[in-house]
Design a binder for this molecule. Structure first.
Ligand SMILES: Nc1ncnc2c1ncn2[C@@H]1O[C@H](COP(=O)(O)OP(=O)(O)OP(=O)(O)O)[C@@H](O)[C@H]1O
Ligand SMILES: [Mg+2]
Length: 154
């Protein structure tokens, strides 16, 4: 998992399209078994970034913030990369046991798994992951810092 972009550096994302484009760039480096953990406050752009990952992988949409669904699988579209995307919103997840109930390790065998609100709970799903920290700036732009996290204690 190499990103081809500067890691551990604050990237400025003035518009939603920039955030989506970052997701698309990340997708180029992602494959089955890769876990992406997204952190940042409400409205930071986590779902927008996952939408970019979905476009980059070439999976069926739409990518939305589901109200009642915690995990949604987006299947590959013809002409895409052939890798499914599992989009998880862990906002309402109570803890590790509830996360385990989603069987995401099974999904990870063949899909990219992206988890919003996953910091502190989703790391245990894989030995390494990509952490995308999104922030909302006073001028309403967003910033993102992408880090490669390895050797997490499971
Ligand atoms: N630079 C930007 N990048 C991403 N979104 C932006 C940007 N500027 C404005 N926005 C707006 O901010 C909102 C981000 O919403 P999004 O659903 O992606 O946030 P989220 O982090 O997933 O929130 P939640 O925690 O509620 O799931 C969208 O309405 C988007 O249009
Ligand atoms: Mg969201």
């Amino acid at each position: 998992m190499t990103t081809g972009l500067e890691l551990d550096t604050e990237l400025v994302l003035p518009e939603p399209a920039d955030t989506e484009a970052l997701g698309e760039r990340l997708a180029a480096e992602l494959g089955p078994g890769d876990l992406v953990v997204l952190s940042g406050p409400l409205g930071a752009g986590k779902t927008v970034l996952v939408r970019g990952i979905a476009r980059g992988l070439g999976v069926a949409g739409p990518v939305t913030s589901p109200t009642f669904v915690i995990a949604r699988e987006h299947r590959p579209l013809p002409g895409g990369r052939g890798v499914p995307l599992v989009h998880v919103d862990a906002y309402r997840i109570g803890g590790a046991a509830e996360l385990d109930d989603l069987d995401l390790d099974t999904d990870l065998a063949e899909a990219v798994v992206a988890v919003e609100w996953g910091e502190g709970v989703a790391e245990r799903l894989a030995e390494r992951h990509l952490l995308v920290r999104l922030q909302r700036q006073p001028d309403d732009a967003r910033t993102a810092t992408v880090s490669r996290m390895e050797e997490q204690v499971r």
